[in-house]
Design a protein around this ligand. Structure first.
Ligand code: GDP
Length: 195
């Protein structure tokens, strides 16, 4: 994919703020610190489009990025910080539900997990939620460079098993350091937009 432009449209907290046109969207979900912002920046060849290293106190927003004036990448709020209050967790749930349930533009939600660790309970919930909404259930395993080549298969199998992925569900490893996996992700995204 040739990236001619990549711009933030809005960091939304409520539905009225979502962009109103009909551009298709693809969203990324995952635990805070999983590497979501880094991956978005890698995909669109920008250093700082998405803000990396989100802090626990950071306002939770749904960030809409316009790509080539053609489609949007949507950065969903991260989850999984132990210290967040019950009310913030509820706000997160409402915000996610509002977007995933009602958004006509949304073609698919891709879940990110860290390749080094077994998926957490929240990862499992997120994944079954994504499937429940009828999305494809594509998973990207981030930080591929952090494990030895010989360990890859083992880690990927754990992710598949823990998330109860079927043999048809796509699991793609990626590294922002080595860029391995980037082209495969674009191929997938292109397929999703074709449907
Ligand atoms: P987010 O909270 O999900 O948006 O995560 P970030 O993109 O801010 O990444 C969290 C941390 O992981 C940062 O320090 C990144 O530099 C690091 N990181 C993200 N992706 C990779 C990767 O593929 N390889 C390595 N080695 N570090 C990564």
């Amino acid at each position: 994919m040739k990236i001619k432009s990549a711009e933030i449209v809005i960091s939304a907290v409520k539905m009225e703020q979502y962009p109103e046109d009909e551009k298709p969207e693809i969203a990324f979900a995952g635990r805070s610190n999983v590497g979501k912002s880094s991956l978005i920046n890698l995909l669109v060849n920008r250093k700082k489009l998405a803000r990396t290293s989100s802090s626990p106190g950071k306002t939770q927003t749904i960030n809409f990025y316009d790509i080539n004036d053609q489609f949007r990448i949507v950065d969903l709020p991260g989850y999984g910080y132990a210290k967040v209050s019950k009310s913030s967790k509820e706000a997160w749930g409402k915000m996610m539900d509002m977007y995933l349930n009602n958004r006509k533009n949304l073609l698919d939600v891709i879940q990110l997990v860290d390749i080094r660790h077994a998926p957490t309970q929240q990862d499992r919930h997120m994944y079954s939620w994504i499937k429940h909404f009828g999305f494809n259930g594509i998973v990207i395993a981030t930080k591929l460079d952090k494990i030895n080549r010989g360990q890859r298969e083992k880690h990927l199998n754990i992710i598949r098993k823990e998330l109860q992925m079927t043999s048809e569900d796509i699991l793609l490893p990626v590294s922002v350091e080595t860029r391995e996996g980037k082209e495969e992700i674009w191929e997938l995204v292109n397929e999703i937009f074709k449907v």
